[in-house]
Design a protein around this ligand. Structure first.
Ligand code: GLU
Length: 495
């Protein structure tokens, strides 16, 4: 890569129109990694000039999502900065000034074409592959145009682009791309309500905020010539531009969905950052996985923590070709990060999910349980179902037939539970002692170990799938264990 001559200042510039998609999060992440790698600044700018599509919840989704991913911004909403404001609708007077400059220099013009006229142009020109607008006000007398505008006639302002020749733009990932000026449209830069369009506001802000590199989704490649013409019109030097590869769905045959759906097995296929968070993907796993969607360090290294990603990230290794989102791979990453947590860290991570499920858990007990469920959790939201029975006074009623071990019947259960109860009442409550004691019980009863353990597990956990039995009993403690065995015995008696 060419040496950096200016301080690195990059921005993530979302439009708050909807939920925060992982496609956007990946763009934010690459900007963040690039900024941190170069010791530069990562700026967050809210591009809300499209007020029709503005969604007031979107900014919250976005800020919360960035916080969950740990992508802290150096300048932007909430944190401020020297180049603010960072919300475009708070910058309207700035844009007005620059728009006037273009009008004064005959680089932009007012256009009074009505919606009907535009429809007609579209009908006629679209089949010929021409841009909609036929530039009919391009050479209109500016003085007359100003008069009409002053009299309150509805109009927009359009950029005056060259009519012929080519423009070659440079993308740091894709190289040079040449566009014919002829096919570019004199697009609207200020709408009839006086608010600039994305293109105009984006170029002005990137310049004024001294953005050094633009890293954004590749749907903006086709806007590059227009943006470069705008920079030229203002006499500004454009930032380096790099368009990140599109994210495909797991089949690799189409863009990643904009909406969440369900896999054939009913599992939710998240696409929004807050759903990944709700399901309980670890922030570090998400960041590590997303970094590899379109970038690689080498051909083999996959697991990299934040520091390593920051140290290793470079635009040179961002791939120009599309990358597929792979849920299995993300799950694998999540598992790796989950297993690397200490019991304390895991307990901390699962606590909000457990609380959310209405379980009255305490941290110390969760720390004790953590090592025994760690291997079994795919995502943090799996935790409540593994831990709920530790924190209830009474187990919810379960089907008594679940107590019946293989090749036995319900009548065999009371004596097993009775034996277990009496033995455990005499046992010290730690894993090894419980193990040894119950094995004596197995011998006394002359049954298989599994036949003894199953009814005990159901009696104390109320479910088939639970953490390892002896650890579970140890954590539950003698009193609770004996009480649950007694309760089961009396349910059996009343049955
Ligand atoms: N507001 C644009 C978007 O949400 C930003 C594109 C850019 O980064 O220039 O896609």
């Amino acid at each position: 890569m060419t040496a950096l001559t200016k301080p690195v200042r990059v921005r993530y510039a979302p439009s708050p129109t909807g939920d925060f998609h992982v496609g956007g999060a990946r763009t934010a992440l690459f900007n963040y990694l690039f900024a941190r790698h170069h010791g530069g600044n990562f700026i967050l700018r809210i591009e809300d000039t499209d007020q029709k599509r503005y969604n007031p919840e979107a900014v919250n989704w976005l800020l919360n999502g960035l916080r969950y991913l740990g992508l802290d911004w150096d300048e932007g909403p909430e944190v401020g900065g020297e180049y603010g404001p960072y919300v475009q609708t708070e910058r309207l007077s700035i844009y007005q000034h620059y728009c006037q400059q273009l009008l004064d220099n005959d680089l932009a013009y007012r256009c009074f074409a009505t919606p009907e006229e535009l429809d007609e142009m579209r009908r006629e020109r679209k089949p010929k592959g021409l841009p909609t607008y036929d530039r009919r006000y391009r050479d209109y007398d500016p003085a007359k145009a100003l008069e009409r505008a002053d009299s309150g006639e509805s109009h927009v302002i359009r950029i005056k682009l060259p009519l012929e020749g080519n423009i070659t733009v440079h993308d740091a990932i894709r190289g040079d791309i040449t566009f014919q000026n002829e096919i570019l449209e004199d697009v609207i830069i200020v709408k009839s309500d006086g608010i600039p369009t994305y293109h105009m506001a984006n170029v002005i802000d990137d310049h004024l905020m001294e953005i050094s590199h633009i890293l954004r989704g590749d749907e903006w490649v086709s806007s590059m010539p227009l943006h470069i013409h705008l920079y030229n019109a203002f006499g500004w030097e454009p930032p380096t531009m790099a368009h990140l590869p599109v994210i495909l769905n797991p089949t690799g045959k189409g863009k990643m969905s904009k909406r969440e759906s369900r896999a054939p097995d009913g599992q939710i296929l998240p696409v929004f950052v807050r759903t990944f968070e709700e399901l309980g993907y670890l922030s570090d796993a998400m960041v590590n996985y997303m970094a590899l969607v379109g970038w690689s360090y080498d051909d083999k290294t996959e697991i990299m923590d934040r520091e390593e990603l920051i140290e290793r990230f470079s635009l040179d290794r961002v791939n120009a070709s599309p990358a597929s989102w792979n849920y299995e791979k993300l799950n694998y990453f999540n598992g790796v990060y989950m297993r690397a947590l200490t019991p304390e860290a895991l307990a901390k991570q699962i606590m909000p999910y457990v609380k959310e499920a209405g379980i009255n858990a305490d941290y110390d007990t969760l720390v004790k349980i953590a090592p025994f469920i760690q291997e079994r959790l795919n995502v943090l939201s799996d935790a409540p179902q593994w831990v709920d029975f530790f924190f209830v006074d009474e187990l919810p009623a379960y089907d008594l037939n679940m107590l019946v071990p293989k090749k036995m019947s319900l009548e065999d259960v009371p004596s097993i539970l009775k034996t277990a109860h009496d033995i455990l009442a005499q046992t010290e409550f730690n894993h090894d002692a419980i193990d040894a004691a119950l094995r004596v019980g197995v011998k006394t009863l002359g049954i298989k170990a599994g036949q003894m353990f199953q009814p005990i597990r159901i009696a104390v956990c109320g479910k088939m799938v639970a953490p390892p039995l002896f650890n579970t009993l140890e954590i539950l403690g003698k009193e609770t264990t004996l009480k649950r065995l007694e309760q089961t015995l009396s349910r059996l008696e009343q049955n």
